[in-house]
Design a protein around this ligand. Structure first.
Ligand code: AMP
Ligand code: GLY
Length: 419
């Protein structure tokens, strides 16, 4: 029986740990640092008090506990080089090297790879910190809206959609003050996320998901880490999946190999179906949060076997539950501006039809208390989306209170938007 280490502490890592715990091959699942909600969901799950960026300690732990397989959740650990270190020590780990994870950590790197691989994406220009005048005069010539992006990792906060030149004149200097920026064409269409496991040129297709990024119903309010998700996306049909795999994932994998930066790990394609076809908005070098919490429960293939087939480039057919999987995030009232500590969320527990994935929680005696912006996610699956929404929202309404915040429209209006 194998021991597994999941690196990270949020809802995504809880879903990963739980999926490993369900595997017949797995004995213990360690999560570093994890959160106190995780071990409540399965007796195989244990938290280890090591932060995600202390990669030497993580590596030492994996060696001491005879960990057979590690899985990286957050981009911060990738950027700290955890995969490079584990591989150098001969440890098996799912995730890209630090160099390959630039696909996420540098938007300019991603754009250059896409250009070289012929992958369709929004038109853009890069501006260095000392090129304010050039950036402003370029912005003057553009059609609006445009998108202003900071180049590096900005935890989802580095992107602004700007509707006119006057606003661009205000936003560009403050964005440039932080570093290099990209000015980018605004893509109109239907957004989706698609996930695959890529190891050099081997691609194991997974599935699609849709994330709700704004904090309020009907996509009003500000961007967050994600307020809910569903999978699969009804309009990412098999024809579209083929296009995503053939025109985006395969050429990307090939180009990364060609440039001597082979990619191994989860590839997250953030895309838009536009009038001119599918275009890539961004790549991430990891699973999404909260997308993971709705995708993993659909995977019927043993998750340990799946990760091993990925790492050893062996063929595997991944079986998915065809039902719709939906997840609603419960956050603290002032998320994403403030997090709240100490709200009692002990009533949110998994039951027959409901799975609860914990994120920002702490423990006091028997009680689970909030300890962060996104506190937990309530997930379930059903064939009928209305029944599913009803089941999830009934569960939440019975336990919620005004200090908690959640969107009421997750899974509603899943139709393809006309534009
Ligand atoms: P990113 O940090 O690149 O994921 O961007 C965050 C969000 O901003 C995306 O999920 C999109 O909803 C939106 N976005 C980013 N770039 C574009 C674009 N070129 N056109 C339209 N929307 C965009
Ligand atoms: N849910 C979006 C992300 O994980 O980047």
């Amino acid at each position: 029986m194998a021991n597994v280490l999941v690196i990270g502490s949020g809802g995504r890592e809880h879903a990963l740990a739980y999926q490993f715990a369900l595997s017949q091959q797995v004995n213990k699942v360690f999560v570093a640092p994890g959160n106190p909600g995780m071990p409540l969901s399965h007796p195989k799950i244990h938290c280890v008090d090591i932060p995600v960026n202390e990669i030497a300690s993580l590596c030492q732990f994996a060696q001491e506990e005879a960990v057979d397989l590690s899985f990286v959740g957050p981009e911060a650990a990738l950027a700290a080089g955890v995969v490079d270190l584990f591989r150098a020590e001969g440890l098996q780990i799912v995730g890209p090297s630090r160099q390959a994870s630039q696909l996420e950590t540098s938007k300019e790197f991603a754009k250059k790879i896409m250009e070289a691989a012929g992958i369709p994406t929004a038109k853009y220009q890069v501006f260095e910190q000392d090129q304010l005048d050039r950036a402003i005069s370029y912005a003057k010539k553009l059609d609006y809206p445009i998108v202003i992006k900071e180049d590096g990792l900005a935890a989802g906060k580095g992107v602004q959609i700007v509707s006119d030149f006057q606003t661009a004149q205000e936003v560009i200097p403050s964005s440039l003050a932080k570093g290099k920026i990209l000015l980018e064409e605004f893509l109109e269409g239907n957004e989706f996320s698609y996930f695959a496991l890529v190891n050099h040129q081997q691609v194991i297709p997974l599935t699609s998901a849709c994330d709700y990024k704004r904090d309020q119903d009907e996509d009003q309010g500000v961007n967050t880490g994600g307020m809910g998700a569903f999978s699969p996306v009804n309009w990412v049909d098999s024809k579209m999946e083929t296009v995503i795999l053939e025109d985006i994932v395969a050429p990307l994998a090939e180009e990364m190999c060609r440039q001597g930066i082979p990619y191994t790990g989860v590839l997250y394609v953030g895309g838009m179906v536009t009038r001119e076809g599918i275009k890539v908005i961004e790549f991430n070098a990891r699973f999404g949060d909260p997308e993971t919490q709705v995708i993993l429960p659909r995977i019927q293939t043993d998750f340990y076997d799946l990760c091993m087939a990925h790492l050893h480039q062996e063929p595997i057919e991944v079986e998915f539950d065809a039902r719709m999987s939906l997840g609603v995030v419960i956050a603290s009232q002032n998320y994403p501006y403030e997090s709240a500590k100490g709200l009692d969320v002990s009533d949110f527990k998994s039951s027959d039809l409901i799975q609860v994935y914990y994120a920002g929680v702490s423990q006091e005696g028997e009680r689970l208390l909030s300890d962060g912006g996104r506190i937990l996610l309530v997930q379930s699956m059903a064939e009928n989306s209305e029944l599913l929404r009803q089941r999830i929202y009934d569960y939440i309404d019975q336990r919620s209170n005004p200090q908690l915040k959640y969107r009421k429209d997750i899974g509603l209006n899943r139709e393809r938007r006309e534009y």
